[in-house]
Write a protein that binds this ligand. Sequence first.
Ligand SMILES: Nc1ncnc2c1ncn2[C@@H]1O[C@H](COP(=O)(O)OP(=O)(O)O)[C@@H](O)[C@H]1O
Ligand SMILES: [Mg+2]
Length: 247
Amino acid sequence: MAERRVIPLSRPEPRGAEPGIAVQGLHLSRGGRALLRGVDLALSGTGITALLGPNGAGKSLLLRAIAGIIPPDAGEVSLAPRLLRPALVFQKPVLLRRSARANLAHALKLAGLPRAARATRIPKLLEQCDLTALADSPARKLSGGEQQRLALARALAADPALLLLDEPTASLDPKATAAIEAITLRAAGRGVKVVLVTHDRAQAERLAGDVVFLHEGRAVEHAPAPRFFANPASPEARAYLEGRLIL
Ligand SMILES: Nc1ncnc2c1ncn2[C@@H]1O[C@H](COP(=O)(O)OP(=O)(O)O)[C@@H](O)[C@H]1O
Ligand SMILES: [Mg+2]
């Protein structure tokens, strides 16, 4: 816990008027089961939004729909032009069997950066994610936390304006979690919009400016984080925050 408190960063507040992400009437079914059931959301184009809720609530599906990688059955997601081409990070990083540096070089090449620009950008990315000393280590030999820092560095390589994180710390210890949270906060501080899926209430409290609470495929509540945690409006969120099982 102590590691988390020394992070000298404050939570970036969303600026309400900034255009961001609009989700309208989003429905998604698979195998006859309705998994997202009419999700409507308006998210600011800045700050960190947490998608919070129990397992199976539809958080990952909603994040993928926002990313444009799963087409909905009905409804739509619109992104402000600045937010097009989001970067995604998942719980389990999938890295190339090469060095940390080569993983970043590959991502920058895919993003279309010329060789000279790649050469100057790589050390900056390594530094941002505290990987300088590990630049030449094989990515698959890194610890879970280091791999996830590399996955974040790779996601940030193309300088995205929208970062979508799906439980990026779910398999990490507190110290590795704190490092990922610090990188996330710094990115948001630079103006990157972050949508963070988590089922960790404390993480949402540490990072998010606003919280969307999902339950059974519905966004049952969307509120500024302080208000959500102090006084959740929906019975589902109240039960979740009180640690009662919701079925
Ligand atoms: N491709 C799929 N086919 C059928 N069911 C799915 C599929 N993807 C997810 N689901 C189901 O949809 C529900 C929501 O999934 P998900 O968004 O992954 O939840 P979580 O909130 O835990 O991220 C779960 O019940 C899951 O089993
Ligand atoms: Mg999930």
